[in-house]
Design a protein around this ligand. Structure first.
Ligand SMILES: Cc1ncc(COP(=O)(O)O)c(C=O)c1O
Length: 396
């Protein structure tokens, strides 16, 4: 049976990680991998997660299956975190999913069930996994312009024009904050303009929020979700707890579906639960149980918000340090977009040859597009990094 198979294409990031690991140079820097890291280069278990896990060990009485939708207390707490307490609760249903990726995969299945033939419009560029997750499930994708790689700004007019040309009923995948890979987010006015076009053209927002809390605050970062929930009759929101709770491998996320009214909400709820049964039956519980404990306890929640703020502030500080160092060491090049970016990722804005040169000559690793993970920068390596970039740029 397997004789007909050819080896699948290797994942570019996994290849890069292996190369980095085998590089003997002490000064090497990894800006490729997609996880948060401390100044010591660790992706730690948050203290508050450890505490909640200990509570689970002490208190949990059963590992029996949870239902297809996951745990009701987790779903309610996450829905509140995402939509706020003014959210349209009577039209919303939220299910627990295996990470943000599982949520996106279930969302794809719902699109195929509810509106076969509809396309999802995705930003150009978008997170590398959006395409295999959604198109792999059978949903047609269409690009809308987003990032101007030359001037490092959002192509808002072209984006709006592309959305105006979309047929009614299509979906538009939007990154709520910390756009991956560009790091550039829409302004409040631009979000309003996009919302107006979606309403005018009867397009359905499909928001991916994988970094809530990484720009400014939990509420501020959810602003686009809440704006759209107030303005449209239907939408879907995928969220992930991988980054903001550091629960990457525990696979925790949600899918929220907003329906036109409470009756439609109940039908959507029955369909999404039925769909989950056909994919993974029930979601994993451990990470979601941890999140639920944290969100529903004032003291734990406060401790989490403080740990999240520390991650956010480190990223902001490191991006600032790199921007300042490059302004000094490579004054002929404009890196001012670094200061406008948010979250873990942004483009450096150099060529694939220069990316290859940085790796070969200096042991600085990033993906070919020159997307960097700011969490790989530390106060100790930032000068070496900026010197390496400046020298590479001088070399042409
Ligand atoms: C934009 C975006 N969406 C979704 C995800 C999903 O993450 P996970 O499946 O690990 O929760 C990620 C992770 O990198 C992401 O960057």
């Amino acid at each position: 049976m397997f004789e007909s198979l050819q080896a699948a294409q290797a994942d570019a990031i996994l290849g890069l990680i292996a190369e980095y690991r085998n590089d003997p140079r002490a000064e090497k820097i990894d800006l490729g991998v997609g996880v948060y890291r401390t100044v010591e280069g660790k992706t730690p278990v948050l203290d508050v997660v450890k505490r909640a896990e200990q509570m689970l060990v002490d208190q949990q009485e059963s590992k029996a299956y949870i239902g297809t939708a996951g745990a009701a207390d987790f779903n309610a707490a996450m829905q509140l975190l995402i939509f706020g307490d003014a959210g349209p609760e009577e039209r919303l249903t939220t299910i627990q999913t295996p990470g943000g990726s599982g949520s996106l995969r279930v969302a794809a299945g719902m699109i195929l069930r509810a509106t076969p033939g509809a396309s999802v419009w995705v930003s150009e560029p978008t997170w590398a996994n959006h395409v295999p997750l959604l198109a792999g499930a059978g949903v047609p994708l269409k690009p809308y312009p987003y990032y101007d790689t030359k001037n490092h700004v959002i192509r808002i007019d072209e984006m709006l024009a592309a959305l105006r040309s979309a047929p009614a009923g299509d979906l538009v995948l939007l990154h709520a904050c910390c756009h991956n890979p560009s790091g550039l987010d829409l302004t409040v006015d631009e979000w309003q303009a996009v919302t107006d076009v979606l309403v005018e053209r009867s397009l359905v927002p499909f928001i991916d929020m994988a970094y809530q809390g990484f720009v400014a605050s939990l509420d501020r970062d959810a602003y686009p979700v809440r704006l759209m929930a107030d303005s449209v009759s239907e939408m879907m929101v995928s969220s992930s707890c991988s980054k903001n709770f550091g629960l990457y491998r525990d696979r925790v996320g949600t899918l929220s579906l907003l329906a036109a009214d409470s009756e439609a909400r109940d039908i959507v709820g029955s369909q999404v639960n039925n769909l989950v049964r056909t994919i993974y039956s029930v979601p994993p519980d451990h990470g979601a149980a941890v999140v639920s404990l944290i969100l529903r306890d004032d003291e734990l929640r406060g401790a989490w918000i403080a740990e999240l703020a520390a991650m956010r502030e480190r990223l902001i500080e490191m991006r600032g340090l790199l921007g300042d160092a490059l302004a000094r060491k490579a004054p002929d090049h404009d890196f001012s977009h670094l200061a406008r970016a948010t979250g873990m990722f942004c483009f450096l804005g150099i060529t694939a040859e220069q990316v290859a040169g940085l790796k070969k000559e200096f042991g600085v690793y990033m993906v070919d597009s020159s997307r960097i993970n700011v969490a790989g920068i530390t106060p100790d390596n930032v000068n070496y990094l900026a010197d390496s970039i400046a020298a590479t740029l001088q070399g042409g």
